[in-house]
Write a protein of this length. Structure first.
Length: 62
């Protein structure tokens, strides 16, 4: 559970920005999106294979 303590001299926008950064670093939003719908094992394999191909394309020297 991410939590941010707001200091007396800190405005709300700054605290919200710190909270969002903390959530992103913890991977909460990506985990939530990943578990929003059931993903069949074949779809998971296909998604992982496509991600690996994209990564391989980026790392290969041009």
């Amino acid at each position: 559970m991410s939590e941010v303590i707001i200091h007396e001299d800190e405005n709300f926008e700054r605290a919200l920005k710190r909270f969002k950064k903390k959530c992103e670093k913890a991977g909460i939003l990506s985990d939530l999106r990943k578990h929003r719908h059931y993903e069949k094992p074949s779809e998971r394999r296909k998604r992982k294979m496509n991600a690996a191909m994209r990564k391989n394309r980026r790392t290969r020297p041009a």
